[in-house]
Ligand binder design. Structure first.
Ligand code: HEM
Ligand code: MG
Length: 259
């Protein structure tokens, strides 16, 4: 009687991860915590993180990012260090997915798939917001330019219509990482491209796109991978067209208005 249940879990689940842990996709039930991060939610939906979204320790986070996405421990530890401030208790050793919802701590305005706190729920997937984002993804393969355009467009619409819009330089650094995150998880981390169908499936279902043919990347994701990716997006967010090399030359030229 046990065997069919076991086999069922094997078929639905992933073939990696900790032996004996079931990585079948099960969406959150009543009482489970979820947050503004589609990937943390996804890792919980697959049991790489606790399915209830609670009590995420350093060890839990490092293992989940390794088993689910092949992040190296150094990178995963840095991410945990950045996230632990979400738990308001001093010297906390864990955070919950609900902690991540606190507005203007880690969660910020102009998200790709969530509404600004000013307009309502800041952490549940919002199809209208995501459709605005997607409208800038103009081909089957997302490029750094398309991802950057959607980020800038979301900021412009928040700045225009949300009177409480906040987006600091610290937010910008997190935002660049978030916008390129689907490339890190599902795409080409050298070219900075990713198949649009995988990204849409991921955001809309909070599920790893295994049934679309995706498998966890074989190369380990390191801090260098992230730096190359965020730098590429950062350059692509510029709204001026001068090649980067000509910027330094311009510094020495006189400004026609104030020079
Ligand atoms: C957004 C936390 C890891 C993908 C966010 C946000 C938080 C967060 C608080 C909300 C920011 C906003 O307001 O939009 C975390 C923590 C992580 C983690 C604590 C690990 C310790 C990851 C990983 C990926 C990822 C590994 C994928 C490779 C994303 C994406 C968004 C996001 C795509 C943007 C969602 C949107 O703009 O709608 N994350 N994250 N995150 N995260 Fe994570
Ligand atoms: Mg947000």
């Amino acid at each position: 009687l046990l065997a069919p249940t076991f086999l069922f879990a094997q078929v639905l689940g992933q073939t990696y991860g900790h032996p004996g842990v079931d990585h079948a996709w099960v969406p959150a039930g009543p009482g489970d915590f979820r947050g503004p991060c589609p990937m943390m939610n996804t890792l919980a939906n697959h049991g790489f993180l606790q399915r209830d979204g609670r009590n995420i320790t350093r060890e839990n986070a490092v293992n989940a990012l390794k088993d689910g996405l092949n992040f190296n421990p150094t990178l995963a530890n840095i991410m945990f260090d950045q996230a632990i401030i979400a738990n308001p208790e001093p010297n906390a050793s864990y955070f919950t997915l609900d902690h991540l919802n606190k507005h203007n701590l880690l969660e910020h305005d102009a998200s790709l798939s969530r509404s600004d706190a000013y307009f309502g729920n800041n952490h549940v997937f919002n199809q209208t917001v995501f459709d605005e984002t997607r409208s800038w993804w103009e081909g089957p393969v997302l490029t750094a330019d398309m991802l950057a355009n959607s980020k800038v467009a979301r900021q412009l619409s928040s700045k225009a219509f949300n009177p409480t819009y906040v987006f600091t330089l610290v937010t910008e650094e997190f935002s660049l990482g978030e916008v390129v995150a689907p490339v890190i998880a599902f795409g080409d981390t050298d070219a900075i491209t990713v198949n649009r169908t995988l990204v849409e499936y991921f955001f809309e279902n909070e599920r790893l796109p295994t049934e679309l043919g995706w498998t966890r990347r074989e190369e380990v994701v390191s801090l260098d991978t992230i730096h190359h990716a965020t730098d590429t997006i950062r350059n692509a967010t510029r709204l001026y067209t001068d090649p980067k090399s000509s910027l330094s030359k311009r510094k020495s030229s006189r400004n026609p208005h104030f020079g």
